[in-house]
Design a protein around this ligand. Structure first.
Ligand code: ZN
Length: 452
């Protein structure tokens, strides 16, 4: 068979399946991913093997003796084959701001970034706080390139006052609840949410920010904000709420997940809480383990995020937290904004940057290649761990699991060009950055949905 040196996907290279093709008589495989280094954090697999798929399900993982047989073959020699990445923190802007992103365009960006599942946050316009709104998302998700999981609001209209009908939300398929974008200010309301959610084993995702402390801040409060004369957001604004939420989780024995951890103090608090056996998990974003507040000196509004980019000490603490297991997940907090909205004075620009298409490259370049995390550790934070926290089926390469698979070219280097993003929005401050490691192809339910 003619396999080109570029080892592109050859379809249907081995068409015409013979009876011997499959294990069972008369049933061949639809897809074989051959010769790659297969990493599955759950089963601790890390070896060269072929992965065989039939009817959208992983059927066999083993090194074939002769030529592997399947309708479609992906030659993954020199590539790394991992469970499809899961982003547990994505903003898709639909309904309400379809000019910035839609469920469909967000899914295109996701698969280009190697994500086969993304969880959309409910702070849309209007917020996803009732069954009908969840149904709308799942209806739209039918056309998406990847799997979309919906997160519902904790409180009606994200006003922080009245709880949503959590049971209704669960029945319509939300995987978590969150008022992300805003904290739940009233601790009694969050306590009630935790007590209800415990009944359904539903994680509550907390955006930790004391609004009185963050006030009118636009960047991290510290040396750089002082010299720039900008209003700062102190680390304390995050840490006081992390401490409160950990205490509430301990008291209610419920599960809490802290979104986008950004400070050394937060990492320390979560580390201590975990030691005490409190059911707390957390995530960090690629920008928080990569960039510091120094970048704000460029006045690039694309670097204006919430929580803000912090100090070098905080970045080091996030990396430490990732490597010692305090930080369970890497999530993008993909937050699309239009150019018109971002091309204003720093003070008036909205918070957020896109991240779906660069997360993997940043993880490989900044964490794996710099020996902060091993491949298995890094992939666990993008697959197994979010799947476990959200009770999702994916996130593993295992017999009879859904064939959601990402094939990575670890050697490919590329330069980030936001104008080429498939996301509708291009608000990203790392344009021109050189990254190593790229998506070779993304497979959802056994179908190749993206080729790099
Ligand atoms: Zn948030």
């Amino acid at each position: 068979m003619n396999k080109s040196k570029k080892s592109k996907i050859s379809s249907p290279a081995y068409a015409g399946i013979s009876k011997q093709a499959g294990e069972e008589k008369g049933s061949g495989f639809d897809l074989a991913i051959t010769g790659g280094r297969v990493i599955d954090p759950e089963t601790k697999m890390d070896r060269i093997a072929d992965v065989f798929v039939r009817n959208g399900v992983i059927k066999k993982i083993e090194k074939s003796k002769g030529k592997p047989k399947a309708k479609e073959i992906i030659n993954a020699q020199g590539k790394i084959v991992v469970p499809g990445l899961i982003d547990m923190h994505t903003h898709l802007r639909e309904p309400g701001r379809e000019d910035e992103e839609t469920i469909y365009t967000g899914s295109c960006a996701a698969v280009a970034g190697g994500f086969t599942s993304i969880c959309c946050m409910p702070n849309t316009q209007p917020p996803i706080d009732n069954q009908e709104a969840v149904k709308f998302v799942y209806q739209k998700a039918k056309d998406a390139k990847c799997k979309i999981y919906c997160v519902g609001c904790i409180t009606k209209g994200q006003k922080g006052e009245e709880l949503t009908e959590i049971y209704d939300l669960v029945r319509s398929g939300v995987v978590a609840i969150s008022d992300d974008g805003l904290p739940v200010v009233n601790p009694q309301v969050l306590r009630n949410a935790l007590e209800y959610s415990r009944m359904f084993s539903l994680p509550v995702i907390s955006h930790c920010e004391d609004l009185n402390l963050s006030a009118k801040g636009v960047m991290h409060e510290g040396f750089v904000s002082t010299i720039l004369g900008m209003c700062g957001i102190p680390s304390l604004a995050e840490e006081t709420i992390v401490a409160r939420d950990v205490a509430l989780a301990e008291f209610t024995k419920a599960r809490i997940h802290i979104a986008h951890v950004s400070t050394q103090g937060s990492v320390d608090l979560i580390r201590q809480a975990k030691k005490k056996g409190i059911k707390v998990t957390c995530e960090a974003t690629p920008h928080h383990f990569t960039l510091t507040h120094e970048i704000i000196k460029t006045f690039d509004t694309n670097a204006k995020v919430n929580p803000p980019l912090r100090t070098k000490k905080d970045v080091e603490a996030i990396k430490k937290g990732l490597s010692d297991g305090t930080i369970d997940c890497i999530a993008t907090d993909h937050a699309p904004h239009s150019i018109e909205e971002k091309e204003v004075e720093f003070d008036s620009a909205p918070f957020g940057m896109v991240g779906l298409e660069t997360a993997l490259g940043l993880v490989i370049t900044e964490l794996i290649n710099k020996k902060v995390l091993s491949w298995t550790q890094a992939i666990a934070k993008l697959t197994t761990n979010p799947a476990r926290i959200l009770n999702l089926k994916g996130g593993r390469i295992k017999k009879n699991s859904p064939a959601d698979i990402t094939v990575i070219d670890p050697k490919a280097s590329w330069t980030v060009d936001p104008s080429k993003f498939l996301s509708k929005s291009k608000n990203f401050p790392f344009g021109g950055t050189k990254l190593q490691g790229k998506v070779f192809c993304t497979i959802v339910d056994g179908k190749v949905v993206y080729q790099g």
